[in-house]
Design a protein around this ligand. Structure first.
Ligand code: NAD
Length: 329
């Protein structure tokens, strides 16, 4: 299928080209993010392939539908960037990659925890400069700590297993607790219990109107003093200003984020020679106990290959009129 692929970085091209070795699809790569300004590049393409920060709002969907759009293939699991109501109204299926490597994301959450705790990023720089002092590198044993998992889906479950392996006590909150997990012995707690009892909190639920700012000033007040907060899910789960206050008053002792509320205009780009205008992100980066990565939790070659295969499989299924098991909604 003739498909316009937005946010196409070299690593996306490599994995998509490999998955398209048989040449079933005509892929037109566009490095830019899909916006009101860039969308005209997709005129005349029945297929549209996008990633997390490509915005498919009503106006864009109506415009592209009027110019031949028939199917949307997301290269991700989350679909908060698509106006699903409009897509449905237009009869345009939205296909996603529901599961690629939950391990990639869960393991990155653990990487953030270990780095913040044991300060390996600081140790690396110190040792390179001949500074072998251990001052201020002290961490804590993860063994015996209480870890709260918010959202026990594919990623949350893998993360839970890893933390159990460290000897942590793991508490789980899910708005829709799975009977299968409960049957397998997972005990679900209510949100307040998880917030109040956890030394480390890790967010693994999707961004929905209900979960937007799930972690706000009130939720932070209910957390343990000195909590570590990890977000590898979606930036807007967290009220950034409230978290900054929590860091300033010491309630939050560590923050690890792979996602950020306003990341659309920042992440996946080299802005090293640019004056960054986002004061909240810059404030976050001034804290010594904050670690920011730029939405790289999914970024393993295993995940990229899986994403590419499922994405093109979704387009093939649509083209052949086959069932669409990965349609959203
Ligand atoms: P999933 O659908 O398997 O699991 C999500 C879980 O969240 C489900 O169990 C669901 O019941 C639960 N949930 C829904 N609403 C909730 C609420 N209000 N409160 C608590 N729990 C709620 O999804 P997944 O594959 O585990 O992915 C989780 C999220 O991770 C995705 O939505 C996506 O935003 C994010 N993600 C990030 C990256 C990255 O690179 N940083 C990569 C992939 C996915």
């Amino acid at each position: 299928m003739k498909t316009a692929v937005f946010s196409a970085h070299p690593y996306d091209r490599t994995s998509l080209d490999a998955a398209n070795a048989a040449g079933l699809h005509e892929l037109h790569y566009i490095e830019a993010t899909l916006t009101a300004e860039t969308r005209r590049v997709a005129y005349g393409y029945p297929g549209l392939c996008v990633f997390v920060n490509d915005k498919l709002d009503r106006e864009t969907l109506m415009d592209l539908a009027a110019h031949g759009l028939r199917v949307i293939a997301l290269r991700c699991a989350g679909f908060n960037n698509v106006d699903l109501t409009t897509a449905r109204e237009l009869g345009i299926p939205v296909l996603r990659v529901p599961a690629y490597s939950p391990h990639a994301v869960a393991e990155h959450a653990v990487a953030l925890i270990l780095t913040l705790n044991r300060k390996t990023h600081k140790a690396y720089n110190r040792v390179r400069e001949g500074n072998f002092s251990l001052e201020r590198l002290e961490g804590f044993d993860l063994y015996g700590k209480t870890v709260g998992v918010i959202g026990a889906g594919r990623i949350g479950q893998v993360f839970r297993q890893i933390m159990l392996g460290f000897g942590c006590q793991v508490l789980v909150y899910d708005r829709y607790p799975s009977a299968e997990l409960a049957g397998a012995g997972v005990v679900f707690s209510d949100l307040n219990t998880v917030l109040a009892a956890s030394d480390i909190l890790s967010l693994h639920c999707p961004l929905t109107p209900e979960t937007r700012h799930l972690i706000d000033a009130s939720a932070i007040t209910r957390m343990k003093d000195g909590v570590m907060l990890i977000n590898t899910s979606r930036g807007a789960l967290v009220d950034t200003q409230a978290v900054i206050e929590g860091l300033k008053n010491g309630k939050i002792a560590y923050l690890g984020i792979d996602v950020y509320e306003q990341e659309e205009s920042l992440f996946f780009r080299d802005l090293s020679e640019t004056v960054i205008q986002d004061d909240e992100l810059l404030r976050l980066m001034t804290f010594p106990n904050v670690l920011v990565t730029a939405h790289q939790a999914f970024f393993t070659h295993n995940a990229l290959n899986q994403i590419a295969q499922t994405t093109l499989g979704n387009l093939t299924a649509f083209e052949q009129g086959a069932p669409l098991p990965h349609a959203v909604g």
